[in-house]
Design a binder for this molecule. Structure first.
Ligand code: GAF
Length: 468
């Protein structure tokens, strides 16, 4: 029996077929979920080509029993492979760091409004192998992309270059801005978080790179600060105005738990995912592509709402501060679009805290209702869903073991997340794939997974230490 940390129901990828290991997704890491302009045409063409190699085996669903050793086996495979490649390229043995992608269970488009989110890390990860150099060069290579980059650490580009290594350069610049003395290093990246699927491949790359770059520094930063470094790298260097959620969960996640995060104070608590429940993540295969700047437009609309409410209450600094009463008092005066955006954020914050409470009480009926309400609000008020996401959400209704589901991540494509009873997960996966295919004509990918640990340092035998 084959065992994997993430099972892709009914799909096989090229890399998996080659390695005869089945089921991870095409190994691609380097999209910005927000700003696609930053990719060179060549890199995009390369990732498109890799994605086209994915094909569907209609009759096969792999089964395994979910347990911790699955992730370890899978990681071990990646570590040995990456170590070998690194040695071939640079002639030394590397230290390897892993940082995961995520699913967000609830609390969407609330992070940049100082609100609440509840994500969990998943096993799809980015691995960065690193070894020091004698000089002050930084050399960056990828297993997935043919182009590599090299430059003097003391002469890093001050503006984005438009390629995948911008995430790493941005992180290096932010670390230096905080006074860390970075040494010359060789880096080799292996990414397996699916591209454009809204599972935070860019955050995984940033976080794994941050740990790799800090490998030889005397100062280490606390993990919440590393998350901040990575977020600022994306804001300031890559040019995407993302919130803190993705980087935070990639740094701090705990296996078996989601994180309820207050994005204003960065206070957080772990919320146990009840035993016997799995995440079934359904990839619509519509790439979430916000190149048109719609994500930044949503942010601007929220800022407009804040300016409006601050006239009436100077204590309003973000939509987080707007009460339902204040919203209702002024509903008639707000432009309709701004009212819809504000309404989504204000009620989504409430739903997120309610969901954390319901999770803790094991009240999965309420959790399911809250997830559904969140999706409707993202579709109708925040307007970041799309036909395929709605179809995938509808396709889950009434399937065996279904507790609740919604779109996850920035939107406009990408994935839905479903909470499903473990014993029914395979059947659920098979049926939702079939319903979605019938409704859209698109073969989806379905990942059956659970909540994983955040970033860690690894060796070829076992995890060695957590770096901060
Ligand atoms: C993307 C962003 F990167 C996050 O910060 C968050 O805003 C999310 O979209 C929407 O909740 O993943």
């Amino acid at each position: 029996m084959l065992r994997y940390p993430i099972r892709c129901a009914g799909v096989e990828t090229e890399s998996a077929r080659i390695r005869q290991h089945g089921l991870t997704c095409a190994g691609l890491h380097c999209e910005s979920s927000i700003d696609r302009e930053c990719y060179s045409a060549k890199n995009l063409a390369h990732s498109e080509a890799a994605l086209r190699k994915i094909h569907f085996r209609k009759s096969e669903i792999l089964r395994d029993n979910n347990n911790d050793s699955l992730s370890n086996d899978h990681r071990q495979m990646n570590i040995s492979h990456l170590s070998g490649q690194f040695e071939k390229l640079f002639g030394t043995r590397p230290q390897i760091y892993r940082a995961p992608g995520r699913v967000n269970l609830i609390g969407e488009h609330t992070d940049y409004n100082d609100g609440f989110v509840m994500p969990a890390a998943i096993a799809f990860s980015t691995y960065v192998a690193v070894a020091p150099r004698r000089d002050r060069q930084l050399a960056i290579h990828s297993e997935q992309f043919p182009d590599s980059f090299e430059c003097e650490l003391d002469n890093l580009p001050q503006r984005r270059t438009g390629s995948w290594w911008d995430y790493i350069l941005g992180v290096a610049l932010e670390l230096r801005r905080r006074g860390l003395h970075l040494s010359g290093a060789n880096l080799l990246v292996h990414g397996e978080v699916p591209i454009g699927a809204g599972l935070s491949s860019s955050a995984a790359l940033e976080v794994a790179s941050a740990f790799a770059l800090m490998n030889r520094t005397e100062t280490s930063l606390p993990r919440p600060e590393i998350a901040n470094v990575c977020r600022q790298a994306e804001n300031n260097f890559v040019g995407a105005r993302v919130g803190i959620m993705d980087q935070f969960v990639s740094c701090l996640a705990r296996g078996g738990h989601a994180i309820l995060l207050d994005c204003r104070t960065l206070e957080y608590q772990f919320v146990p995912v009840p035993a016997g429940i799995q995440f079934v993540v359904c990839n619509t295969m519509v790439k979430h592509d916000l190149a048109s700047g719609t994500y930044n437009t949503r942010r601007a609309e929220c800022e407009e709402a804040v300016r409006y409410f601050a006239q009436w209450d100077p204590a309003v600094h973000a939509l987080r501060d707007v009460s339902v009463d204040l919203l209702n008092q002024h509903a008639a005066d707000l432009p309709p679009i701004i009212l819809k955006r504000a309404r989504h954020v204000i009620f989504e914050n409430q739903r997120t805290r309610d969901a954390a409470r319901a999770f803790a009480q094991g009240d999965m009926l309420t959790v399911g209702q809250l997830l559904h309400a969140s999706h409707c609000s993202l579709r109708d008020l925040y307007e970041v869903s799309c036909r395929e996401l709605d179809l995938m959400v509808e396709a889950a209704e009434g399937l065996p073991g279904f507790i609740g589901g919604r779109m996850t991540g920035g939107g406009f494509g990408g994935c839905t997340v479903n909470l499903v009873r473990q014993e029914d997960a395979d059947e659920f996966a098979a049926q939702i794939a079939q319903r979605y295919r019938a409704g859209s004509g698109i073969d989806p990918q379905i990942y059956i997974c659970s909540a994983e640990d955040g970033a860690q340092a690894l060796t070829t035998t076992s995890p060695v230490r957590n770096p901060a």
